[in-house]
Write a protein that binds this ligand. Structure first.
Ligand SMILES: Cc1cc2nc3c(=O)[nH]c(=O)nc-3n(C[C@H](O)[C@H](O)[C@H](O)COP(=O)(O)OP(=O)(O)OC[C@H]3O[C@@H](n4cnc5c(N)ncnc54)[C@H](O)[C@@H]3O)c2cc1C
Length: 569
């Protein structure tokens, strides 16, 4: 078996190019960051003839959708399972539009996920809500009433995402005025925690553990997460999960092609130091290497907390909206074990479905106290990306990839956060190696046959995450989806600074689709025809805003139980 002490940060040349030629070029917009949010926004604007410059600090574009390779294996970083990719769903439509139909999403089938609990209970998450209901009732027949009520509340809460996003289109003052009233009616679930809602439904701690089990997809435990975010995520997967054919890298390849096709550019190793201001409006950016580039629109697709702590000019950092964002909590950070196997996996535990090995029913036990040598990870999320990809060719030795994610505290890694990759101290390398060995030992208990096929593994840490995405404190999903996040008015596409916009998952909801929707919303707030092109007519967008206003006037709209509005709109 081969292991390596380098993290997923390593390999590419560290040579920093100069982008001085950009100073004399003209662009309609500059997008800072090439994650799903930045790509979607840039590509949507390019479809309406805008010449967009995308600046990415990493040496490869894609943000959390980028991939990396070692010893003949290629892993994605942040794309394991994406919902609502059916063509009649808005997220599926958006992806098709952005990629000109070049990206195919492969269904993981049924189940797409399953949980294994310490007492041996295995709960499958099937690819339709009818079977999901049946699965819950099979394991908890005496909890029928709680289950039925839960499913109804999930629908109701998830439907309100439309109103939540529509409010973000109003000027900030109007949202501030409307939000308290709308929250009492339409948005009530955004202000309640998942725990509050589950506690109101049942006393069965095992059922609560099962219902909250997918909290890892939104990175906030039941006592902290907004129930609406829980509901949006739960329903996001009610029709199952998907994986991009060809691996996650196809996303940046085909979305960014839309940017360059119309004369835009994508530059990597182009970290933005700050936003240039003139007469109170954003007029461009200064790169870390000193080049200044100008454009009438500047869109930060970097993590929102990174934007307000690192990129905004000092005078803007002090504005109330920026301070509001700075005061929100970040989602937890993670480690990921990237695994390479050889040989036949058909006799092992590996499947297309993602495995959640829970060491407890207590979903408040969030992260692994890695500093304690006796501790174990409370949950292991295991997936097998190459098995999901019908285009994968394992070669003569059948090379396949696996990934294991679990949450860890930032504090455990923080003291090394100012050290440079490749030059980290011996104590860090020893700490990291120890965690990796303990993780492998824990995995062997759950996947003994699969682990016998492992020929390579390498672990990424929160320091890897900060290196390749600059995510504040290595947060896995940006800002934590707490009630406070959804009450904050600063997280919106259009900032109070003229010419300055935000985008990405912090502006949308969460995950790959949340970031993509954030990108579309920001593009639409600049170019409203974006909605029309997606079949979300401006009339419908307007009626969304009217729904918000109507709710405010005390006549809430009844959610349609049949229609899954989905994570996005
Ligand atoms: C291990 C893991 C597993 C995940 N699994 C899933 C999953 O299965 N399904 C799902 O839906 N989601 C998943 N996610 C989450 C999902 O990948 C992200 O939420 C989403 O991709 C975030 O997109 P974004 O555009 O908001 O941000 P990012 O992808 O973080 O993009 C921000 C970009 O800005 C760049 N940047 C930052 N600062 C600067 C600067 N100063 N100058 C230039 N560039 C800058 C960064 O380098 C980065 O490329 C996962 C994430 C992780 C880490």
């Amino acid at each position: 078996m081969t292991t390596t002490d380098s993290t997923t940060e390593s390999t590419a040349s560290t040579q920093k190019p100069k982008h001085t030629d950009l100073a004399s070029k003209s662009f309609d917009a500059i997008v800072i960051g090439s994650g799903m949010g930045g790509m979607a926004c840039a590509s949507a604007l390019a479809k309406f003839g805008r010449k967009v410059l995308v600046l990415e600090q990493h040496y490869v574009a894609g943000g959390f959708t980028h991939t990396f390779s070692r010893k003949g294996f290629t892993w994605d970083v942040g794309v394991h399972c994406v919902g609502e990719m059916e063509e009649n769903r808005i997220p599926g439509k958006i992806l098709k539009w952005l990629t000109e139909g070049q990206v195919k999403m492969q269904s993981l089938g049924s189940p797409y996920d399953f949980f294994v609990f310490p007492d041996g209970l295995r709960v499958n998450l099937p690819d339709n809500s009818k079977d999901f209901r049946a699965e819950l009732l099979k394991h908890f027949p005496e909890e029928k009433e709680a289950i039925e009520k839960y499913l109804t509340l999930v629908r109701e809460a998830a439907n309100s995402v439309k109103t939540h996003l529509a409010l973000r289109f109003l000027p900030m003052w109007a949202e501030k005025l409307l939000a308290p009233i709308v929250r009492r009616t339409k948005l009530k679930w955004w202000g309640k925690t998942t725990k509050e809602v589950l506690d109101s439904l049942t006393n069965d701690e095992r059922l609560k553990g099962v219902l909250a089990g997918q909290w890892g997809y939104y990175g906030s435990v039941p006592s902290r997460s907004s129930f609406a975010m829980h509901a949006v995520t739960a329903r996001h997967f009610w029709n199952g999960g998907y994986y991009p054919v060809g691996g996650a890298e196809v996303l940046s390849k085909h979305i960014l092609a839309g940017v360059t096709r119309t004369g835009g550019e994508v530059r990597t190793r182009a970290g933005v130091e700050t936003i240039l201001m003139e007469g109170g409006r954003a007029v461009g950016v200064r790169l870390k290497e000193g080049t200044e580039v100008r454009a009438p629109l500047v869109i930060s697709a970097a993590n929102a907390k990174t934007t307000v702590s690192e990129i905004l000019p000092e005078e803007i950092k002090e504005r109330a909206w920026a301070k509001e964002i700075a005061g929100l909590t970040q989602s937890p950070c993670h480690i990921c074990l990237h695994i390479g196997t050889e040989g036949d996996l058909s006799e092992t535990e590996a499947t297309l479905a993602n495995h959640w090995y829970m060491e407890t029913y207590d979903m408040e036990w969030a992260d692994w106290d890695v500093a304690d040598p006796k501790s174990i990870a409370p949950v292991l999320y295991v997936s097998f990306p190459s098995l999901k990809d019908p285009a994968h060719d394992g070669g003569p030795t059948n090379r396949q990839t696996g990934e294991v994610v679990t949450f860890v505290p930032w504090d455990a890694f923080e003291k090394w956060s100012q050290t440079r990759r490749g030059l980290r101290e011996k104590d860090y390398m020893a700490f990291k190696k120890d965690i990796e060995e303990r993780l492998v030992a824990q995995l062997k208990k759950h996947l003994p046959k699969y682990m016998s096929k492992v020929v390579f593994h390498e672990m990424s840490t929160p320091l890897s995450t900060t290196f390749f995405t600059r995510s504040f404190h290595g947060g896995i999903y940006g800002i934590e989806p707490t009630p406070a996040r959804f009450a904050a008015t600063g997280l919106r596409p259009k900032t109070p600074v003229k010419g300055l916009y935000l985008t990405g998952s912090d502006v949308g909801t969460l995950g790959v689709v949340g970031a993509m929707v954030g990108g579309i919303f920001t593009a639409a707030s600049i170019e409203p025809k974006v909605f029309g092109a997606l079949g979300i007519s401006s009339k419908k967008a307007k009626s969304g805003r009217q729904a918000a206003a109507k709710s405010a006037s005390g006549s809430p709209q009844r959610p349609s139980p049949e229609r899954d509005a989905g994570v996005a709109l």
